[in-house]
Design a protein around this ligand. Structure first.
Ligand SMILES: [Zn+2]
Length: 265
């Protein structure tokens, strides 16, 4: 059984002290691939370092997080999780990603977040449109963060005829899930499914051929208040198998196949 975590943040501070052990536990849990995701200049370069260190199991995704992307233009920006927000030049980072396109497997985490900084919708959309164009140009899938902005996200992706899309931790309503399915998007399911009915409903609606597994580690843990890690993909597989009434192996095999096609592994 081959498992995959299509979205984790191994470069985040909470993995500073024991990343070796985290990777070891992932190997033991049959993880064959972990895609570690940057959110800006600092973490994108960090992702490259992590890939170098764990070449056989980690690949990078370069991101421009919607909140950080507008930090140089909006005063006193803060996120709802405590972290340092990086101010940077989006166009410069887009050029860097293009220059390093062979070192990444996807573009993400990117998207729209209207929850954290309301009133910046147009500014965010402008950035997101540029990123979609980049993904099309270098032919990489997009890993999308959308919060209180699910409809706009889907509309911009549809408008640009973007096909290779992963909706990460998607919290949109049922009609938006259905629209994503129609557009051929993938939905990646985090282990927090054990305590959030929304993701159980999502798994019921989305065909197995359009599902993927993620952890968003260190976030979205199956146990509130604890750090999440890639080995927990096992938990998501179990939940999906239960909901779809299939064996864990059948679920894992199909999800790995989905990822192979999408990310050209
Ligand atoms: Zn994330």
């Amino acid at each position: 059984m081959n498992l995959i975590d299509v979205h984790a943040h191994l470069g985040f501070e909470r993995f500073n002290n024991d990343l070796d052990e985290v990777i070891e536990r992932a190997r033991k849990a049959n993880l064959k691939l972990i895609i570690t995701s940057g959110i800006g200049p600092k973490t994108n370069r960090q992702a490259l370092e992590i890939v170098e260190k764990y070449l056989d199991i980690v690949k990078a995704s370069f991101g421009i997080y919607p909140v950080d992307a507008i930090a140089s233009k909006v005063k006193n920006i803060s996120d709802d999780v405590k972290r340092d927000i990086e101010e940077f030049d989006v166009d410069e980072e887009i050029r860097w990603i293009e220059g390093n396109k062979d070192k990444c497997i996807a573009i993400g985490e990117v998207g729209l977040d209207y929850k954290v900084v309301p009133g910046t919708e147009e500014l965010q959309k402008e950035v997101f449109r540029k990123i979609i164009q980049l993904a099309k140009k270098i032919d990489k899938p997009l890993v999308i963060h959308s919060r209180n902005a699910e409809a706009d996200c889907i509309n911009l992706l549809e408008e640009a005829r973007m096909k290779k899309v992963v909706m990460h931790c998607f919290s949109g309503k049922k009609h938006l899930i259905r629209k994503g399915i129609e557009l051929g998007f993938f939905f990646s399911v985090p282990p927090v499914i054990t305590r959030l009915q929304h993701f159980k409903t999502l798994v019921e609606i989305v065909p197995l051929t359009q599902l993927l597994t993620e952890t968003d580690a260190p976030y979205l843990s199956p146990v509130a208040g604890t750090r999440n890690e890639p080995a927990n993909v096992v938990i998501t597989i179990k939940e999906i198998a239960k909901i779809k009434n299939l064996s864990e192996k059948d679920v894992a095999d199909q999800i790995y196949k989905n990822a192979e096609t999408l990310f050209k592994i």
